[in-house]
Design a protein around this ligand. Structure first.
Ligand code: NAD
Length: 312
């Protein structure tokens, strides 16, 4: 299969490229390298440094490549940045997605879109949240992802495509940057193995659903194989407290890093977890990696110097 991965030089995207390449698929990456790194890519994967905001160039590239599948992961992923610059966020995350949909339409490719769960369902959603929860995003990032999902559905209705949406919970694993809120496992691991304090915002009782990156890659592969449209939550359904996570990290890093409490951050979700029965039923997908195993893999990765290329 010929596959394009937008945002393929990023944390999740680069692991996805490895999986397609290992399958014998031909893989092209379109990434502006704003946060991604070319060194994460296997030498057999071809990289075009381009922004998904550039509609005409994107369409040219995709028309040259003629992929059957486009996995769309390129995005502005920083929630706080989206609050600071909502217009810029929408340019990358909404217009970028429309441009990818148009490029896919030009060549008849199917798209699998990387969306988000917690940021879409919002503060008052039942936990764990199912796909039928009415969305009430709490940030421009969440609105942009939800808006993009609406375009994906619209293209399916207008043009008969079978594009799919995966709503991820908090993804973690080797190659994730140790900055920003999406990388809390990485931030904690990086600090813990150096014996630096771990900062916890609020009382540490806020919960998240942490899903290992290899399980996300498996979800993309399952959605690609399934071939039909749909929206699926991809998480574990399990709530883990931030304080509990910090203690787990210290245990596996054999560290006694001090836990330091800082004021809660405005707008932060209190609880979040995704119900994933639909993905099990339709895609035959279930998370296979326990939090203990996943955190140990991240600790080992940092201990090895956080290399760009690493197997899962
Ligand atoms: N990490 C998570 O916990 C999580 C959770 C839910 C959804 N997601 C989604 O998964 C996708 C991948 O996230 P990630 O954690 O790997 O982030 P990441 O920042 O590591 O990867 C994003 C990639 O997109 C590239 N990019 C950004 N803007 C671009 C543009 N305009 N044109 C082309 N490339 C661009 C970056 O250079 C980077 O390589 C994103 O769409 C994100 O919203 C991630």
């Amino acid at each position: 299969m010929r596959v394009v991965v937008t945002g393929g030089a990023g944390f999740i995207g680069s692991h996805l490229c490895d999986a397609f390449h290992a399958n014998g698929d031909e893989v092209w990456v379109i990434d502006d390298l704003s946060s991604g790194r070319a060194n994460r890519l296997h030498e057999g994967v071809r990289l075009y440094r381009e922004s998904v905001r550039n509609a005409s160039r994107l369409c040219e590239l995709v028309t040259d490549i003629q992929p059957e599948l486009i996995c769309h992961l390129a995005a502005q992923v920083d929630v706080r940045e989206s609050v600071a610059s909502p217009g810029k966020d929408a340019e990358a995350n909404v217009l970028g997605t429309i441009n990818v949909l148009e490029a896919a339409r030009a060549v008849g490719a199917r798209m699998v879109f990387s969306s988000t769960g917690g940021a879409i369902y919002g503060q008052d959603a039942p936990v764990p949240s199912s796909e039928s929860t009415f969305p009430a995003p709490g940030s421009p990032y969440g609105v942009a992802k939800y808006c993009s999902e609406q375009y994906v559905g619209l293209y399916n209705r207008l043009f008969g495509s079978e594009h799919a949406v995966l709503r991820f919970s908090n993804v973690y694993g080797p190659r994730q940057g140790s900055f920003g809120e999406a990388g809390v496992v990485s931030v904690f691991c990086a600090n813990s193995i150096q014996g630096k304090p771990i900062t916890i915002f609020g009382d540490g009782k806020q919960t998240r659903d942490y899903v290992y990156v290899a399980d996300c890659v498996a979800a993309f592969m399952a959605a690609a194989d399934y071939g039909k449209a749909g929206i699926w939550n991809i998480g574990t359904g399990t709530e883990v407290g931030v304080l509990e996570l910090a203690e787990l990290v210290n245990r596996f890093a054999r560290s006694d890093s001090q836990l330091v409490f800082a004021p809660a951050r405005a707008g932060e979700l209190t609880r979040s977890a995704l119900a994933c029965e639909l993905a099990a039923q339709d895609l035959g997908w279930q998370p296979a990696t326990s939090l203990a195993d996943g955190v140990q893999a991240v600790v080992r990765w940092f201990e090895a110097g956080a290399p760009d290329r690493t197997s899962l």
